[in-house]
Write a protein that binds this ligand. Structure first.
Ligand SMILES: Cc1cc2nc3c(=O)[nH]c(=O)nc-3n(C[C@H](O)[C@H](O)[C@H](O)COP(=O)(O)OP(=O)(O)OC[C@H]3O[C@@H](n4cnc5c(N)ncnc54)[C@H](O)[C@@H]3O)c2cc1C
Length: 272
């Protein structure tokens, strides 16, 4: 759903950048790399599909893909600086006296309460069954690595942050949904780093989080039977989906006009 959600997300973030006076979106081409014949065949077939072709810039030349079997340069990619977005937004609201750190208690208008409680809400079981996945990432310093492009391959990704630093990830774990970085995760991330960047890097941070998943990485919204509204299931793609889904939820709450059935939590639950 990138074609549907990306333009709206970028326009939303552009407005926020203007409002907060900060750069949040750093556009960058993506190198999508294949490590074996099977993967390369699948990737070529997918790249030829009409809905995917529009995002493919070109096939990468042999000299650009040292150690890989093939690859494409993909357009539309970039890094969204979520940390700055959250920090600067908090400051913005604090300065106007409309930010509270603790859970907000509703004395009235319970129906307007929105449960945007992400992975914590899903893991608690408040919204029924879920399929959340823990993931771990590294921040590394590697002054010799290419900083011009995002690399995706070997089951991972590598994103330049500037000044010789990179983020890379990520692991998937469905059983132990804690927020603790693990030894097994570190081992897997080291392999991804070596494959996508190279052997020379220094680890700056190792973090873990839980992706809020209800149905693949697709969001679901809607009224809850016990009152209030749900906004969840952003999965691995919160930055892409959040603006478009928030607009859909606001339209539903304020004008009574629901979204496409696909995003309706009630319709989703009925199909289970
Ligand atoms: C390893 C990893 C890699 C990822 N990579 C990407 C990526 O590349 N691109 C991307 O777009 N997304 C990525 N994601 C997914 C992204 O983090 C999620 O989509 C996003 O965080 C979901 O946002 P959310 O606000 O719905 O939920 P959350 O981020 O889980 O936030 C919910 C918040 O609600 C708070 N909360 C919960 N219950 C209560 C309560 N009762 N009262 C008050 N507060 C409460 C929680 O403390 C939390 O701060 C990744 C996630 C992981 C773990």
């Amino acid at each position: 759903m990138i074609g549907e959600f990306l333009p709206e997300a970028l326009e939303f973030y552009r407005c926020i950048e203007e409002r907060l006076g900060v750069v949040l979106w750093h556009p960058m081409p993506i190198m999508r790399l294949a490590g074996n014949d099977d993967e390369w065949a699948k990737m070529r077939a997918k790249a030829a599909r009409a809905d995917v072709e529009v995002w493919v810039d070109r096939e990468l030349a042999k000299q650009e893909i040292d150690g890989w079997l093939g690859g494409f340069e993909i357009r539309g990619g970039g890094r969204f600086d979520v940390g700055s977005f959250v920090d600067r937004s908090r400051e913005f609201f604090q300065a106007r006296g409309i930010y509270r750190k603790d859970e907000i208690r509703f004395d009235r208008d319970e129906m307007a309460r929105v449960w945007c409680d992400g992975a914590a809400g899903l893991v608690s079981g408040r919204h029924g069954e879920s399929r959340c996945a823990k993931g771990e990432i590294l921040t590394v310093r590697a002054t010799e690595w290419d900083e011009a492009r995002i690399r995706v391959g070997a089951g991972g990704w590598l994103v330049p942050l500037g000044e010789g630093c990179f983020k890379l990830g990520s692991t998937y774990e469905w059983e132990r949904l804690d927020m603790e970085p693990s030894e097994a995760g570190l081992e897997r991330l080291r392999r991804i780093a070596t494959k996508l960047g190279g052997a020379n890097f220094e680890i700056i941070a190792h973090e873990a989080g839980v992706r809020p998943i209800l149905r693949r990485s697709e969001p679901l919204i809607g009224p809850m039977s016990e009152g209030g509204w749900m906004f969840n299931g952003l999965g691995s793609k919160g930055s892409l989906y959040a603006p478009g889904m928030a607009r859909r939820l606001a339209t539903w709450m304020l004008d009574g006009k629901g979204p496409e059935e696909h995003f309706d939590i009630g319709a989703f639950r009925k199909r289970l």
